[in-house]
Design a protein around this ligand. Sequence first.
Ligand code: ZN
Length: 463
Amino acid sequence: MKKKYVISIIAIILLLIGIIILFFWPPKFELKNGENITLKYGQKYKEPGYKVTRFGKDYTKKVKVKSKINKNKLGTYEVIYEVKIAGINFKQIRKVKISDNEKPKITLKGDKKVSICPHAEYKEEGYSATDNYDGDLTKKVKITKKDNIITYFVKDTAGNTTKVKRTIIKEDKTAPVITLKQGSTITLYLNETWKDPGYTAIDNCDSDITNKVETSGNVNTKKLGTYKITYSVTDEAGNVAKIERTVKVVNRPVADGSSIIYLTFDDGPKEGTTNVILDILKEENVKATFFVTNSGPDYLIKRAYDEGHTVGLHTASHNYQTVYSSVDNYYRDLKQVQNRVKRITGYESKIIRFPGGSSNTISKKYSKGIMSVLTKDTVNKGYRYYDWNISSGDAGEVSTASGVYNTVIKYLKKNRSNMILMHDIKPYTRDALRNIIKYGKNNGYTFAKITMSTPMITHGVNN
Ligand code: ZN
């Protein structure tokens, strides 16, 4: 009896324990795709699904899911699945890791293989680094140099690294450039003196190596023929440049004195053009005429005069409204430039050229008939005015040296005075002059400056 009682009590206790255990028995959480999920940075978390059962009963619909995942911030987040069964809370956790395994990108400005001169230092051409998570990482790029390799290294917050290399090749494969002053062909007349007009040699790496140029060849100006002068130079890297100049010795063309070229230059003087034109005239031993204004430096007028050229007057202002508004205004303006020339040279010039020429029509706008008056009155006052019969076109339609040259050559005529209108303020006229003179010399023309005894070359008056 006593034993039976004890057994009963034990049975009851076990039963109670069983009930309690069953009461607290946790449900079964089945998480699809497992308890740990890794997402790429920026990728949105999408619940893969779950199922909760307990003793065969489905509690899935009672589950509450909580999560605070920020897809834009790296880290490990929890998704909490909670279910309440018979007043008791059960929960399960899923871990979601937002990770970044994308490498940053480094972009180099310039080439990955750079050639520089042997003695040069590489100058960084620039770079940039960006990362999907960190954004601009340019400032974090570390640069290391070893021998001829430059390494650009960068690491993002997640620890992904990128390395880019640039190779610097020190070499010089470019030959120097020899430039011959006065061009590759020179024509000399029999018995003239040959003097090399000079040259320069410039190398991309060694800069000016003119003093290393070696020349060979001879010119015998006492004998007609074609001679070659060879110029060669070698840079430090051993690149060779070689160039030839042809010197022709020809018979001096017979100039009978009736085919004359008057080179006339208007609107100057001007620094940068007039001075070079004077150099060329000096080298070619040719005299010309400059119709000056009040522009440009005094010394160029002085130089033109001292070197034997004629300094003519083109008016001071060269302003149509000013000079053609009345006869008085014309003379007032003319006097100004006449005084300037006299002050600089001591010479009172009376050789004039009307702005726009005596045939201009623009003066009509300011004073009707003024050209008819001025063309007579100036001559009566002892002036001599000169228009032109060849326009180089450099005041408008032509703007290259070859254009100026071709226009002048086209209109030159033998057995007359060729009065050529040019402007010494134009760089392309400056650059065309040498060839115009050469053409004239080679074709039997004589060059002359205008003097007070030069017959006037005049247009018809249109106002
Ligand atoms: Zn002019």
